[in-house]
Design a protein around this ligand. Sequence first.
Ligand code: AMP
Ligand code: GLY
Length: 436
Amino acid sequence: MKVLVVGSGGREHALCWKIAQSPLVEEVLACPGNAGTQRVGRNVDVAATDIDGIIALAREERVGLVVVGPEDPLCAGLADRLREAGLPTFGPGASGARLEGSKSFAKDLIERHRIPTAASRTFDRSGLAKGYVRGCQSWPQVVKADGLAAGKGVYICEDSRTACAAIDAIMEERRHGKAGVKVLIEEFLEGIEASVFAITDGSTILILEPVMDHKQVGAGDTGPNTGGMGVYSPVEGLTRRTHKQIEQRILVPSIHAMRQEGIDFRGVLFCGLMITESGPRLLEYNVRFGDPECQVLMRRLAGDVVPMLLATAEGKLDSIDTPTWDARACVGVVGASEGYPGEYRKGDRIVGLEAAEGRTDVVVFHAGTRSEGTDVVTNGGRVLCVTALGEDMEAARESAYAAFDVIDWDGKFCRRDIGRRSLPAQPARAREGHEL
Ligand code: AMP
Ligand code: GLY
């Protein structure tokens, strides 16, 4: 069988890498892919948002499974169109993707189904939103753009002045484009953040191993948020009891809610949670694998991923056993280009990739890279993610950084503290929101 992976980031390289190991798979195609996906499969120059182009490609190549990586094509209805064309697809249709595409839609569903969350109000006029925050008694308040904003549409505001500035930035200046048509003002929750991934076909749920990313650009969780500067798994401190609560209070009710609302969800549900004193509360849904969380999940997942992806696409996940995991720890260190998450440089030649990958239990996943003749050059803010397995977190860390350090390009940087955060040392309150 041929499998087509849609997207071009580190997440998609990790998916291609794992899928290519399956004895069921004859070839992996990536559209548009990057220099890393080209090594384990074949890149085809079709954009991830070109729905007609992707359908034509999948038909022409007679692919047996399409796996959609990023949220934008899912929100645009790619999975619906692929399924209409008879192509088994891992990824929710537009109605499911709306759980990520509109925070107010998600919030309404979460509240209707009494899933524990943070209290919030939605406004479609900036004047009303500002009037509301001026009357708020408790601070901080969290101001969020409703739509897709690449993880950058959330502002934690200490007082009504900064909240009003955030509302203006979102709704009047349109800093996040049409994501700012509506705004949510949300209660600030204290606690420990966690992400949980669950594969579901709408009926059966398979919960994946806990992973934790480091969102902020600077060591010690300082500076602006990014897509993720590094990741580790397992997550010590997330107790079995908390895990059970997440399953019973968040995941199972979420699946029930979707069924009741007629949402046919076949893919991965990524829940952003705050573990508070009164238990886990749901901050947001994403409808795809996290990046770089996926890289570490694919490294630790034992066995063949393809039966699980295919069974999800076909609505037969009940036929699949619970996944098993490599007991070792895994750390992923992201290498970024100078300037990221702001304006960054591109086109710098990357050296040392082979030497890094020659090291035991190390795999380098490409993200913003491009082949130029025999060279690989930088082509994005997050350039690559060096992953390493180790007997414990410290061993995995050492191995990941040792491999990271043999790779080089002009303007390369990383965070040096990936995998060092141990729960529950990091209260969310200490983290900065986005600067206004
Ligand atoms: P989101 O994109 O909704 O996950 O928000 C981005 C980040 O903002 C989260 O990872 C949290 O660190 C923080 N955040 C979002 N909502 C809240 C909240 N209600 N209380 C505290 N922190 C929040
Ligand atoms: N690493 C966070 C995300 O993919 O949304």
